[in-house]
Design a protein around this ligand. Structure first.
Ligand code: CMP
Length: 137
């Protein structure tokens, strides 16, 4: 059993896609083990994406992620990290495979509807960023 962090980004929440996106995870055998809807502060978004601090798109990314609420989830299942990345599709929706969340719903590389942890180590840190162990079941 593995855990990973998933975020439905502002563009997904704004377009009422929460249910459709969660269905994709459930249909593919991932379980929502913790979930909350929240409005990220600039400090929170900046800290979460600290690894991208030096990238030219960092400011734009923080602005976007704080524009309106997000839904943050801990997903659980066998190979959850890789499975979630498969379900999401490539970061750039133009390169995402048919049937993936980003192919179906994402508008651009910046507004790409979902975030998912990129590795098992990162997943542990990202899940802990949003959830206490006592909130995950
Ligand atoms: P995510 O998987 O959440 O991780 C970092 C995010 O930065 C990424 O999805 C995109 O939303 C964003 N991002 C990556 N590359 C670019 C880019 N070239 N321009 C704008 N945003 C980007």
């Amino acid at each position: 059993m593995e855990r990973t962090l998933s975020i439905i980004k502002p563009d997904g929440v704004e377009r009422n896609l929460i249910g459709k996106i969660i269905s994709k995870f459930e249909e593919n055998g991932l379980k929502v083990a913790a979930m909350k809807r929240t409005l990220l502060s600039q400090a929170e978004a900046g800290a979460f994406y600290a690894v991208h601090k030096e990238r030219p798109f960092f400011g734009e990314l923080v602005e976007f992620m704080t524009r309106s609420p997000v839904v943050v989830m801990c997903l659980e299942g066998e190979n959850a990290v890789a499975k979630n990345r498969e379900i999401m599709g490539a970061t750039n929706p133009a390169e995402a495979a048919e049937g993936t969340i980003r192919k179906l719903f994402a508008q651009s590389i910046g507004e790409n509807t979902v975030h998912g942890s990129d590795a098992v180590d990162t997943a542990k840190q990202e899940v802990a960023f949003f959830f206490a162990e006592s909130e995950i079941h």
